[in-house]
Unconditional design. Structure first.
Length: 305
């Protein structure tokens, strides 16, 4: 998820309602149910999302185990299809990818108690799979380099995935982290941002210098990250603070500044949209909110909720 004028990427989870309560201390994971394309799937408690590169389409995973695809209009979201994925897959984070003219979603999580990254076409067909010994908790892709970066929550490691091949490569381990969660990739700057959902912090890892530093602290449960390469702002969804924050990564001493809070209840995910807008997946409100770039509420989906 990128720029509120020229966009890219986003993030974010649950197994069941009682396990979702642990979001104040750790990142949850959601099992997706098997099935075919329903004509009209019920929209139930959104937990993670991403947009396509232009921000004209929005993909939302909800706690009802359904992935919804929307067209973004001037003042509404129009759902035109939905899909369910294998019940053995527990999703933690996802990222949109356009490669070779084919749209897909790359999902990080677990399957059969092992870490997994799986790439799915928008018709539900599984295209590629990469397996890991640890729990995959965050992912973001670089379209130009055909790579993805993956975080693991139980080993606090970062891996590089070759989206055109079968290889995954160890990059680094953040030894001071408590529990890594969502991740955002700055492809131009060769930086990886990864949230510590247990400590309420965000780390920045430089791929060129192979060095890590704490970017910001003082958050509660940063459950989704999205980087804008044009403004170099990092967007953070924090359900523990009930707000969306921005971090200017160019600043000498970056701080998390609140962009919007009201009427948010549990903002689990977000995505940048066309027209300088921001979509937020609010689990507690069972809605998707769409805000202007300055944080003004524009509309919500479903509109009558």
């Amino acid at each position: 998820m990128k720029n509120l004028h020229a966009l890219r990427r986003t993030r974010h989870s649950s197994l069941a309602v009682m396990r979702l309560c642990s979001i104040l201390f750790a990142l949850g994971f959601l099992p997706l149910q098997a099935g075919k394309w329903p004509e009209q799937a019920e929209f139930d408690r959104p937990i993670m999302m991403d947009s396509n590169a232009e921000g004209s389409e929005l993909f939302v995973l909800d706690a009802g185990d359904t992935l919804h695809e929307f067209r973004v209009t001037g003042n509404s979201l129009e759902e035109f299809r939905s899909i369910s994925l294998p019940p053995s897959l527990t999703a933690a984070d996802m990222s949109y990818l356009l490669a070779g003219g084919q749209e897909s979603l790359v999902i990080a999580g677990t399957q059969n108690d092992r870490g997994i990254v799986a790439r799915y076409a928008l018709d539900g067909q599984q295209l590629q799979v990469w397996k890991f010994p640890n729990i995959c908790s965050g992912i973001d892709v670089g379209s130009a380099s055909h790579t993805a970066y993956v975080a693991t929550s139980d080993s606090n490691e970062i891996y590089r995935v070759d989206l055109q091949g079968t290889q995954s490569t160890f990059v680094a381990r953040i030894s001071t982290a408590m529990k890594l969660g969502p991740l955002a990739f700055d492809e131009a700057g060769q930086r990886v941002f990864v949230a510590d959902v247990a400590a309420g912090a965000i780390y920045q890892y430089s791929l060129a210098r192979k060095s890590v530093k704490v970017l910001v602290t003082g958050l509660s449960t940063p459950n989704a990250l999205s980087y804008d390469p044009d403004t170099r702002l990092l967007y953070v969804a924090d359900p523990g603070r009930r707000a969306i924050f921005t971090v200017d990564t160019r600043a000498g001493k970056p701080v998390a500044r609140e962009l919007v809070s009201s009427p948010l209840k549990s903002p689990y995910g977000m995505a940048l949209l066309s027209g300088n807008r921001l979509a937020v997946a609010d689990y507690g409100a069972q809605s998707v909110y769409v805000f202007s770039g300055k944080g003004a509420l524009l509309f919500r989906y479903p509109p009558n909720r």
